[in-house]
Design a protein around this ligand. Structure first.
Ligand code: TYM
Length: 364
């Protein structure tokens, strides 16, 4: 067992290293440097939930704590994005956004999921040992079915592809928001039962979720999500952003009444952008009462603009040099494929799809 150490301004207290049921692999494939992996769908522009729940972790974990692989999950996005121009624009935007937000290609490997075709073979292999019942319990599929909406096989098998993504790179840690924890539990189940049948092939990963932003609220207090129409984009137009912030839903209790900051989504959003001292002061204001939500929202507009100002500038510069982005993704794909080929060979050998090679000559 190793500790996940936080080395950046987020502060160790905000990490919740032990998701219930999580454990860490002890297999021989773990070579002393933990392997970190996560993916993000290019279904539109990233919002605050993506940033504070996941991207912020990617960046914090890329610095010297292990080997980090991050990818743009375009195969997963195919379950919803079905326009080719839109898809390629989204992939380009996702790469630009991640790099602008601080993902450093010298520290981490950034690639596009479909640039590693080995993933589809591993997905199939895993599918052959995944019980239907396990997938029937997964929320994305279950929710769609409950609403009577048509669901395709891609949506049903979505968690198996996600398991392939994780297991393909011997990942120890998967930084995500709370909504992805169930999928990582499924991945652990699939890997455990495969190992039980074929021997110790896969590293068993664990989810890492930030306690203070596991489920970033949206404008109406529900989980922030593009599909709920309550999201604010990280790099959205500043005027639109201001309008959205000023429109954050609040209650209509009298101004003078003291209020509890706990569980208040305006307070929660404010605290993501503010310093601990500013958050503390706002907490006292809430408890004292006699304040208007409007002035807090105005302050939040300024905090948000400041918070992402540098990243906006970096994005502008990167947009002007698309060849750099292309090169980053090409290098990332090459690195990812090397690891994927190694793991896929191990899997194929374990289940008898490929004969175990004994000598260097045979390997060549
Ligand atoms: P996706 O693209 O929906 O979301 C990307 C990341 O953002 C997090 N997130 C949030 N965190 C906190 N609060 C919110 N309101 C919020 N909204 C989104 C998500 O938890 C996620 O970490 N299936 C994945 C993509 C994926 C993947 C993988 C992730 C494919 N393969 C392998 C990890 C490992 C997804 O749809 O994330």
């Amino acid at each position: 067992m190793f500790e996940v150490v936080c080395n950046d301004a987020m502060g160790a207290k905000k990490y919740q290293p032990d998701v219930p049921g999580a454990c860490v692999s002890t297999q021989a494939h773990y070579n002393g440097r933990m392997r970190i992996l996560s993916g993000i769908q290019p279904t539109g522009r990233f919002h605050w939930g993506n940033y504070f729940g996941a991207i912020r972790q990617y960046i914090a974990l890329q610095n010297g704590q292990g080997t980090a692989f991050y990818f743009i999950a375009n195969l997963h996005a195919l379950t919803t994005v079905r326009n080719k121009e839109q898809m390629s624009q989204n992939i380009q935007d996702a790469a630009l956004d991640l790099l602008a937000l601080g993902l450093d290609p010298n520290q981490a490997t950034l690639f596009v999921q479909s640039d590693v075709p080995e993933i589809s073979e591993l997905c199939w292999i895993l599918m052959t040992s995944t019980p239907m019942g396990l997938l029937e319990r997964c929320h994305a599929y279950k929710d769609k079915k409950a609403k009577g909406l048509p669901a395709d096989a891609g949506l049903f098998a979505y968690p198996v592809l996600m398991a392939a993504d994780i297991l393909m790179y011997d990942s120890d840690i998967v930084p995500v928001g709370e909504d992805q924890v169930q999928h990582i539990e499924v991945c652990r189940d699939i890997a455990g039962s495969f190992n039980h049948t074929f021997g110790e092939v896969f590293v068993i990963p664990r989810a890492q979720v930030l306690a203070d932003s596991a489920r970033v609220p949206g404008l109406n207090g529900g989980k922030m999500s593009k599909s709920y129409g309550n999201a604010v984009d990280v790099f959205g137009d500043l005027k639109v952003q201001k309008k959205k912030i000023m429109g954050i839903q609040t209650d209509s209790r009298p101004m003078e009444e003291p209020k509890n900051p706990e569980g208040d989504h305006l307070f929660e959003l404010y605290s993501l952008f503010a310093s601990p001292e500013q958050t503390e002061t706002l907490g006292e204001t809430y408890r004292r009462g006699n304040f208007g939500y409007g002035s807090i929202k105005k302050e939040l507009v300024g905090l948000v603009e400041n918070f992402f100002a540098e990243a906006r500038e970096r994005r502008r510069q990167l947009e002007a040099t698309p060849e750099i982005v292309r090169q980053v993704l090409a290098d990332g794909a090459a690195r990812a494929r090397r690891k994927a080929a190694e793991v896929l060979r191990r899997v194929q050998e374990a289940c008898g799809l490929r004969k175990q090679l004994q000598t260097d000559k045979e390997i060549q």
